[in-house]
Design a protein around this ligand. Structure first.
Ligand SMILES: Cc1cc2nc3c(=O)[nH]c(=O)nc-3n(C[C@H](O)[C@H](O)[C@H](O)COP(=O)(O)OP(=O)(O)OC[C@H]3O[C@@H](n4cnc5c(N)ncnc54)[C@H](O)[C@@H]3O)c2cc1C
Length: 380
């Protein structure tokens, strides 16, 4: 059920996000990038500030506000400055919604209060070394036993993969049932046979922990089944649109942030005795970028409104995901060029935007897979 915030509550929340990011994230992010991970303390501070799991009902410690504009506000504030380390979006926008829809009372009491405080960090593990786009190819297997399953397999590229305490694992529970043979099993830190590989070295998004996960005969009790057995694929299809919308928010936030920085730079930097932004070529380029970003923002806001109204279809979310992620590549690359050699220097925000943007057309479903979804909806 959607419990919308009032305009005042939304304005207060945006301010809270802005202040939190300015104080608790921005000053430390470069250090976290060097370390390849964010500290748990920033999660605890976010929890204490009310920036985690607000969707969860008050009985379990949350605020009971189910309004995607809150999710968009926090992600926007982080991605505007390409502060991509804290995996709050994965926790709030992607993993918690599965629990909100599927957890039973016992599971809610066990996990929800600590999702809100930041003591428990969530992750979702679909991708495997052998399959990403083709989720039907998942091989991680859960063999039924009297009181649950024995889980074996491997996942890769998992966001919050090192810090994650509670991981939703997509596993095959019935190898003969085709797409009805997958279930969502919750694997918890400390379960025997559950281990993590290395924190993967990436081209960008350096402060975000992305890891391989291994399951070596992990005994998963029946009470860790999320939702119904055999419905895993259905649940993924229901939840992926919101994940894709979040990626759209990330894209527009990054475009807006990098443009603001670039415009300032183009007014300050001089060549041939004049600001580089005043050359007609650059002025026209900046005019084009400003226009494209406005179109992108309008497209995104329309999709957010549709989602808040409960009307975002999978194909609409796919359009948002591919188009905004690809648009982001263009905008960030042009802004990079306008910085000349300084654009390649890590201390300039445009360098971070450029490196962090690249994965946007891949994770959450590639551009090509998004076009498949849209194509199918057109009856093709
Ligand atoms: C930083 C990062 C974070 C991630 N976080 C997570 C996470 O938290 N959880 C998780 O489960 N996964 C995560 N992923 C995985 C991500 O979702 C996958 O990498 C992505 O879905 C693509 O899968 P793949 O890498 O196996 O590529 P492949 O599926 O092997 O695709 C390779 C290429 O083939 C193309 N292709 C595939 N099928 C088709 C088709 N039918 N038609 C046309 N082209 C096609 C693709 O578009 C792509 O260009 C993450 C990845 C990264 C890099």
């Amino acid at each position: 059920m959607s419990v919308l915030a009032t305009d005042d509550e939304l304005a207060d929340f945006r301010k809270l996000c802005r202040d939190f990011v300015a104080k608790e994230v921005a000053p430390h992010h470069a250090q976290w990038e060097r370390e390849g991970i964010c500290p748990r303390e920033v999660w605890l501070r976010a929890g204490a500030s009310g920036l985690l799991g607000w969707e969860i009902d008050e009985k379990h410690g949350g605020a009971g506000i189910s309004d995607f504009r809150f999710n968009a506000a926090l992600v926007h504030e982080l991605f505007r400055q390409s502060l991509t380390g804290p995996g709050f979006g994965l926790h709030n926008d992607i993993a918690i919604p599965y629990f909100m829809k599927l957890a039973n009372e016992q599971q809610k009491s066990r996990w929800f209060p600590r999702f809100v405080t930041g003591e428990l960090i969530t992750a979702i593990a679909m991708t495997e070394p052998g399959t990403g786009s083709d989720l039907q190819g998942i091989r991680t297997q859960a063999v039924p036993v009297a009181d649950g399953w024995i889980l074996s397999g491997q996942k890769t590229f998992i966001t919050n993969g090192i810090l994650g305490d509670v991981v939703i694992v997509v596993a095959r529970t019935d190898p003969l049932a085709g797409s009805r043979g997958f279930s969502l099993l919750v694997v918890e830190q400390g379960m025997a046979g559950f281990s993590r590989g290395r924190n993967l070295e990436k081209v960008g998004v350096h402060a975000q922990d992305t890891a391989e996960l291994y399951f070596d005969n992990v005994a998963v009790p029946r009470e860790n089944l999320l939702g119904e057995e055999g419905k895993g694929m259905t649940y993924l299809m229901q939840n992926l649109p919101q994940e894709r919308l979040t990626i759209g928010v990330q894209a527009v936030a990054s475009m807006e942030g990098v443009f603001e920085d670039t415009l300032r730079y183009c007014k300050e930097r001089e060549a041939f005795g004049q600001p580089i932004g005043s050359f007609q070529h650059n002025k026209f380029l900046l005019a084009e970028l400003a226009t494209e970003i406005k179109v992108a923002r309008t497209f995104l806001d329309d999709a957010i409104a549709a989602h808040v109204a409960g009307e975002l279809t999978p194909e609409h979310a796919a359009m948002v995901k591919w188009w905004l992620a690809e648009k982001q590549q263009h905008i960030v690359s042009r802004c990079f060029q306008l910085h000349g050699g300084y654009g390649y220097m890590a201390e300039y925000s445009v360098a971070r935007h450029w490196a962090d943007a690249r994965i946007q057309t891949v994770y959450g479903g590639t551009t090509e897979i998004m076009k498949e979804i849209i194509g199918r909806s057109l009856g093709l």
